[in-house]
Design a protein around this ligand. Structure first.
Ligand code: FES
Length: 85
């Protein structure tokens, strides 16, 4: 499975990500705790600004997101990312 580099702007860390777990879960494992509620694309709590890179969604999430935002709980990482976290 492909490995992606996720650069976290505010916490000045870089983590490695594979899509076998959610980005939210991966961040938690690394000791970073973004906001969340539903963990399944409904509430929008995990909304995070995407600085660069590309994600996709298996199913279109119900939560509203701007074009420059991603949902950490349910996005599939498609390239190295830079996010505001
Ligand atoms: S935690 Fe609810 S949309 Fe991600």
């Amino acid at each position: 499975m492909k490995k992606y580099k996720i650069s976290l702007l505010r916490s000045k860390q870089t983590i490695t990500h594979q899509n076998n777990i959610s980005l939210l879960k991966n961040l938690e494992i690394q000791g970073i705790h973004p906001e969340y509620q539903c963990r399944s694309g409904y509430c929008g709590s995990c909304r995070t600004k995407l600085i660069s890179g590309k994600v996709s969604y298996k199913e279109a999430p119900l939560a509203f997101i701007n074009p420059n935002e991603i949902l950490l709980c349910c996005c599939q990482v498609e390239s190295d990312l830079k996010i505001e976290l």
